[in-house]
Write a protein that binds this ligand. Structure first.
Ligand code: BG6
Length: 513
């Protein structure tokens, strides 16, 4: 097998969306994300004919790994984690173009070696190649990588041209407003903003992209998408998993930083934004930033807008599991929340007076992410009273992001029979039933979009700061009060009492997805 990448990938079979010849460099190539998500995503893009004909992958990490060994690791990652098993037809074409560079992230010479390697690929192909740098390392080395990409000239390569270098930055994007601003400053001292792709993998999920299509391509939704008809919006990202082996990371993070500030806020922005003037990346991101900026500051403390809790021991699928404080690597006095619920008010013409409730937790009853639009109750004049005869529900339109992706509408209907009795029923659309279930993973779409230069599904610098601005006072407050106000919920349940109380204050209840 040749050592340097030279083999045009799937020549003749490629039906890609126009990505130029590309080298993807993954920093943190010996890590978990690379094996589980990034390499399988690249493999599947290849299998679907979506990689450019001249494509190379370079893994970069501190650990010395020979090229052949790295290829074996990549193949093992695909075998274990890809939505498709590797076939020789695809793998044998990709493998010769997979190589590895070892070096310290603060070692300038290692970046010079990387630059030489990329130049070598260009010489072999006889043409210029765009480079996509994927920074998937722990955040403490982000800055070193960025600085070295600058000083080695790799960041500014072909600047201003469509095949200019691009950088994908993984989360966590800072840990509060100040650190996010500092990180943006470092990034923008090396890369121009159009070269920067801040990733939130929720934006790559098929159903999240479809939210824009469903909202803006169906005339029945938009007229009812406002404070005149909607009572409240509930966004839930519930997980069954606990912290597992990630205790060290999670203790510094917690549900608000890990899930609420990024993933659920992205879902909120797409749900609440105004229709953009076009599908252009900047038009969409401008509207997202506008709605984030219209969110009112959160009130902390008793009866405020936030609730937090930790899971205690409980049952998951009938099996006993530990509480958070007993998990490996967790301080038994920890003040880190595994569940967070937030009430947000958006102060604009469309949403004033409509509470948006967000919640996310680990070790909850069921893995489910959904956006539920709860409509106002109809005037109760006709079908009211008389006890059990009329079981009227408010209408709910629920976008189920995962699993069992789809859309459902709850409405009231008459139970067949000689007397008039009502019952709420659910009408559902399921992606799997209509389109089959082998859809692309979020990372496939996002890596492809970056190669093409489409930043629509990535987060702009001002967007990260607008979101951190909302949550930094909450995080600071919680840090200052230790464990005060920390509730608990049994593993396998739907969350703590303080989160139910947050809704009860305004006479609402969480929907059970
Ligand atoms: C990550 C968080 O961003 O998202 C994890 O760090 C979480 O804690 C994961 O488990 C959830 O992603 P998904 O795609 O499985 O919903």
């Amino acid at each position: 097998m040749a050592d340097s990448p030279s083999h045009p990938f799937l020549q003749g079979l490629s039906k890609h969306r126009g990505a130029p010849p590309t080298v993807v460099v993954i920093f943190g190539a010996s890590g978990d994300l690379c094996a589980r998500k990034l390499i399988p995503a690249i493999y599947n893009l290849g299998a679907d004919g979506l990689l450019p004909a001249e494509f190379s992958l370079i893994g970069f990490a501190r650990k010395p790994i020979p090229d052949d060994e790295f290829r074996k690791l990549a193949h093992a990652g695909i075998t274990e984690f890809s939505r498709r098993a590797p076939t020789p037809e695809v793998w044998d074409r990709l493998a010769p173009n997979v190589t590895y560079v070892s070096g310290g992230y603060d070692e300038k010479a290692a970046f010079d070696r990387l630059a030489e390697k990329i130049t070598g690929i260009e010489k072999k192909l006889g043409r210029e190649v765009q480079t996509v740098f994927y920074v998937s390392t722990p955040p403490n080395v982000f800055s070193s990588i960025l600085v070295n990409l600058g000083s080695s000239g790799l960041a500014s390569k072909y600047l201003g041209q469509p095949h200019q270098s691009k950088v994908i930055v993984e989360k966590p994007f800072g840990k509060d407003l100040e650190t996010a601003k500092a990180l943006n400053k470092t990034i923008n001292s090396v890369f121009a903003e159009p070269q920067v792709y801040r990733i939130d993998h929720y934006l790559g999920k098929e159903t999240v992209q479809d939210l824009l299509v469903q909202r803006f391509s169906n005339s029945i939704f938009e007229p009812l998408w406002n404070r005149d008809f909607i009572d409240n919006v509930q966004i839930t990202v519930a997980e069954e998993v606990g912290v597992g082996t990630r205790g060290g990371y999670y203790e510094q993070s917690g549900a608000t930083r890990d899930m609420i500030q990024n993933h659920t806020m992205q879902l909120l922005a797409l749900t609440a934004m105004e229709p953009p003037s076009s599908l252009d990346a900047e038009a969409i991101r401008d509207e997202k930033v506008k709605v984030l900026k219209a969110i009112q500051p959160l009130t902390v403390g008793p009866h405020g807008d936030v609730a937090r809790a930790q899971y205690s021991a409980g049952l998951m699928g009938g099996k006993p599991v530990k509480g958070y404080l007993e998990e490996e690597g967790i301080n038994p006095q920890s003040g880190t929340e595994t569940y967070s619920a937030i009430r947000l008010a958006i102060n604009n013409w469309r949403w004033q007076g409509v509470p948006f409730y967000l919640r996310s937790g680990k070790r909850m009853a069921r893995r489910v992410s959904e956006i539920a639009i709860n409509y106002k109750r109809p005037p109760g004049t006709l079908f009211a009273g008389e006890g059990a005869k009329f079981d009227l529900a408010a209408n709910t339109l629920a976008f189920q992001i995962q699993p069992d992706e789809g859309l459902s509408l709850v409405f009231n209907t008459k139970i067949p029979g000689l007397e008039t009795r009502t019952q709420p029923v659910k009408m559902s659309f399921r992606y799997a039933a209509t389109f089959g279930s082998n859809t692309a993973e979020a990372y496939e779409r996002l890596i492809l979009d970056c190669m093409i230069g489409d930043g629509t599904l990535f987060i702009r610098g001002d967007e990260t700061e607008a979101s951190w601005k909302i949550y930094t006072p909450v995080i600071d407050y919680w840090r200052s009060v230790g464990r005060a106000g920390m509730d608990s919920y049994a593993a396998g349940s739907w969350g703590p009492p303080n989160s139910d109380a947050l809704l009860a204050q305004r006479k609402r209840r969480w929907r059970e997805p």
